[in-house]
Design a protein. Structure first.
Length: 387
């Protein structure tokens, strides 16, 4: 296990009716609130009205910015930054899932920066301050409600999709009411669960040894999301299943599970190019890429893959390679049960831009992945395994 420091100041407020205190909690940070949300579903399911009521009870000045899309756009981030500067915004409240929260995080740092917010994503510029923000979570998936991560798509420059890390924009609080998940479409349920599983898998496959505690925590979390994801997909008003999914999604990406170890993260970067070019939902891109990545790298450390196969999927075989390949098959079966794509053809994507995607993935990078270092020719081969 490596040396580490763990710090996560996000206050998690979990359970039924938690959103009723959002106004009071937001008021602690000032009077001018930017309410940030997506395409209007929160207005249809009543969440918007509940949030507005709570904010108005505190006599807060509310400025609204909606229309966040999956793979959140830089152009909207720029609009939000200008709104914050023009209206002296004290606090940003993100009501939605990972896309809304990621957009809010980018706005939060951009509004406190004199340069171009895209610098943080491609030049390695360090965020030194941010407008504080809070979250009312409606889609468990990205774990952005308490993570150091944000990912933005540059719709102004060839749809490059890039992420960054910062402690500055970790939300001050996040409200998680599992009942808010009841109206999610099946596709969003599936993509969200796939995203959570991906965060766990990316952390699990490490070359760092003697990390038994976090290994077993991740294994338990993977089993939890596979079991409860299936339940929620078939019974979307099952509170207990949603509670498990919501909390697992938060734990999967709040950095607790990567302490003392170095995760891989190649699958995310490979999948970003599918999302950036084809506007494919992040979870659906991952369900295509992760099995392909596994097939390409498992021989690099077959013992780690065999451990995952035995502990998570209970596959035991004297031939470790057979066990690992059975595990990958079982994972793909789970994706298919959630009606997620496992091949490019399932997402109506023609296998014609592999070289381009590999080149884009390496913009501002020399190597991808930590479990096994990957280069451009490796990514082309992985994309071919997605066919």
């Amino acid at each position: 296990m490596l040396n580490f420091e763990f710090y996560n100041p996000a206050k998690i407020i979990f359970g039924k009716r938690t959103e009723e205190s959002v106004g009071e909690r937001s008021a602690n940070f000032g009077k001018n609130i930017l309410l940030h949300y997506g395409g209007g579903s929160i207005k249809k399911n009543g969440i918007y009205d509940k949030v507005i009521k709570s904010l108005k009870e505190q006599n807060l000045n509310i400025f609204e910015l909606g229309d966040v899309k999956p793979n959140p756009r830089l152009s909207l981030v720029r609009k939000g930054i200008q709104m914050c500067k023009n209206n002296n915004i004290d606090f940003i409240l993100a009501v939605g899932g990972g896309s809304v929260i990621d957009s809010a995080k980018a706005i939060a740092i951009g509004a406190k920066y004199d340069g171009d917010v895209w610098d943080f994503f491609v030049k390695g510029t360090i965020a030194k301050e941010a407008i504080p923000l809070g979250v009312v979570l409606t889609i468990p998936a990205a774990g952005s409600e308490s993570s150091t991560s944000t990912v933005i798509t540059n719709d102004e420059d060839n749809n490059y999709k890039r992420g960054m890390q910062s402690l500055e924009y970790i939300p001050k609080f996040a409200m998680l009411n599992p009942e808010f998940c009841y109206t999610l479409p099946k596709y969003q349920i599936a993509c969200g669960c796939c995203d959570i599983l991906a965060h766990l898998v990316e952390r699990y496959f490490t070359e760092v040894e003697n990390v038994e505690l976090s290994d077993r925590l991740i294994e338990g979390a993977v089993k939890t999301i596979i079991n409860n994801g299936t339940i929620a997909y078939n019974d979307n008003t099952n509170y207990d299943a949603w509670a498990e999914i919501m909390w697992t999604g938060t734990i999967a990406h709040n950095n607790l599970l990567n302490m003392g170890r170095i995760g891989d993260w190649a699958s995310h970067q490979i999948a970003h190019e599918l999302s950036g070019i084809y506007d494919l939902t992040h979870g659906a891109a991952l369900s295509i890429v992760i099995p392909a990545w596994m097939k390409y790298v498992y021989k690099h450390n077959i013992d780690k893959f065999y451990q995952f196969a035995t502990r998570v999927f209970h596959i035991i075989d004297e031939d470790k390679e057979k066990a690992v390949l059975k595990m990958i098959d079982k994972l793909e079966i789970w994706y298919k049960q959630l009606e997620l794509p496992t091949r490019l053809a399932d997402a109506n994507i023609e296998p014609v831009r592999f070289e381009e995607m590999a080149e884009r993935a390496f913009l501002h990078k020399e190597v991808i992945g930590n479990f096994k270092k990957l280069y451009k020719e490796d990514l082309v081969k992985i994309y071919n395994l997605c066919v």
